[in-house]
Design a protein around this ligand. Sequence first.
Ligand code: ZN
Length: 66
Amino acid sequence: MVKFARCNALLSLALDASGKGCRYVAKAETEDAVVKDMSEHLQGVHKVDSGDMKLNILGVTKTTRS
Ligand SMILES: [Zn+2]
């Protein structure tokens, strides 16, 4: 089982570093790890302060069978 969250689900107009729609997907085995991964992505790529984003990230985190 893998948990994942899509950047586009959080930031509907997010653009990646090359100006295209962001397709980043944070994947991990735990929700905390997904939140950490996505928080770093949001801050690093989109300059978004992820301090208030944890609940948002959890809200778009889904679980799949690998
Ligand atoms: Zn992104």
